[in-house]
Design a protein around this ligand. Structure first.
Ligand code: DX5
Ligand code: ZN
Length: 215
C-alpha cells in the first residue's frame, strides 16, 4: 500500500520537525492539495511551497489540483517539481481536452491523474482508462480536511480497479478524504493502491499513523 500524507494538515509552525518525521515515517508519497478559491471554497498554496518540500524531502510529490484552470496550474506545479499531477474531471468540459492535458503532462516528464468528486459516477472515466496513470476517487467533497469518509467511494474503487486490471493494469487507484486505519482497511479490501490521509496522520504520531495505513 502506498501512503500519501496530505500536507494540508501539517503544522507549518513546526515545518522542519514535521518534514523530518514524514521522511522517516515510511510514507512513500506526499500529497499536495492545491485549491484556488474558485473550484472549491478554500485557498491553499502555490508552487513555492511545493519547492520547499522538493528541497527537504525525497518523497514522491503527488499534486492534487482542485482548480478551475488545470491546464495552467499543471505546468506551474510540474515546473516546481511535481512527480504526479491530478486534476478534476469536473473542471473540464470535454474528454478530448482531458486526454490532451494528460499527454502534455507526460511530455513534461510527469505522471497524470484524474479525480472524481463523490457525486460523479465512475462510468464517466471508462473511455479515459488508458490515458491516465492514476484515478483518484474522492471520498469527501473536496475543499477541506477533517471530513467524514463517504462509503460510496468503495464501489467506485472496486469498479475502477476491475476495469483497469483489463486495460491498464499498471495504473493506480487512489482514495482521498476521511481516511484512517478503519476506512483505509475498507478501501484496501476494495482494491485501492494509494491512501491519502491528512488529519489522521497529523493529529496522531506521524510514523504510527502511516504504519497503521500500510498494514
Ligand atoms: C480534501 C483534500 C484532502 C484532504 C484530506 O479536499 O483533497 O486531500 O487533505 O484530509 P483528511 O484526511 O483529513 O480527510
Ligand atoms: Zn487531496
Amino acid at each position: 500500500m502506498i501512503v500519501s500524507p496530505s500536507v494540508l494538515s501539517l503544522d507549518y509552525s513546526r515545518f522542519p520537525q514535521q518534514i523530518d518525521e514524514l521522511n522517516k515515517s515510511g510514507a512513500q508519497w506526499l500529497h499536495f492539495d492545491v485549491m484556488d478559491g474558485h473550484f472549491v471554497p478554500n485557498l491553499t498554496f502555490g508552487p513555492d511551497i511545493l519547492k520547499a518540500f522538493v528541497r527537504t524531502s525525497p518523497l514522491y510529490k503527488d499534486v492534487h489540483l482542485m482548480v478551475t484552470d488545470p491546464a495552467f496550474f499543471a505546468d506551474v506545479f510540474l515546473k516546481a517539481g511535481a512527480d504526479l499531477v491530478t486534476f478534476h474531471y469536473e473542471a473540464m468540459d470535454n474528454k478530448a481536452k482531458m486526454k490532451e492535458l494528460a499527454a502534455h503532462i507526460h511530455e513534461a516528464g510527469g505522471k497524470a491523474g484524474i479525480a472524481i468528486k463523490p457525486a460523479t459516477d465512475a462510468a464517466v472515466l471508462k473511455d479515459l482508462l488508458k490515458d491516465f496513470d492514476l484515478f483518484l476517487v474522492m471520498s469527501v467533497n473536496p475543499g477541506f480536511g477533517g471530513q467524514k469518509f463517504m462509503p460510496l467511494a468503495l464501489d467506485k474503487i472496486h469498479t475502477l480497479r476491475t476495469w483497469l486490471n483489463d486495460v491498464n493494469p499498471d495504473a493506480l487507484v487512489e482514495v482521498d478524504g476521511g481516511i484512517n486505519a478503519q476506512t483505509g482497511a475498507q478501501c484496501a479490501q476494495a482494491g485501492v493502491d494509494v491512501l491519502v490521509a491528512g488529519s489522521y496522520v497529523f493529529k496522531n504520531d506521524i510514523t504510527t499513523a502511516v504504519r497503521s495505513l500500510q498494514k
